[in-house]
Design a binder for this molecule. Structure first.
Ligand code: HEM
Length: 91
């Protein structure tokens, strides 16, 4: 969905996003950005979870290829890619 949004979904590794303070990142995650596609997550996540997302965003500029691979394994993007599907199919 995000690929066709305007304003565009930001690349959070850039200095524009990383230049925001921790408090600004937290506020945006909790409240969203009005008149953009950025939703407010305050209703679904508690504050502790939103702070974890701030830490996650801070980690993005130095994320390793291994971490990206680990995350892909945790993302049930499609039944085809799921580890348990592989197990059930016997490979
Ligand atoms: C838990 C998931 C998400 C987190 C932690 C998150 C966090 C953020 C943060 C911190 C910003 C501000 C960064 C910046 O302005 O450079 C931002 C902006 C934005 N996000 Fe998200 N976001 C999430 C999910 C989404 C989703 C699902 C969409 C839409 C499909 C979205 C669309 C946008 C857009 C369009 C902006 C730019 C708003 C503007 O130009 O002011 N975000 N997001």
């Amino acid at each position: 969905m995000g690929s066709s949004f305007y304003p565009r979904v930001p690349d959070m590794r850039t200095s524009r996003s990383q230049g925001l303070s921790d408090g600004e990142l937290f506020y945006i995650i909790k409240n969203g950005v009005r008149l953009t596609g950025m939703p407010a997550w305050g209703g679904e996540h508690d504050d502790a979870d939103n702070w974890k997302l701030v830490h996650f965003i801070r980690h993005l500029p130095k994320i390793t290829p291994q971490e990206i691979e680990e995350m892909k394994k945790m993302n049930p993007a499609s039944a085809e890619e799921r580890e348990d599907e592989k197990f059930l199919k016997g490979h």
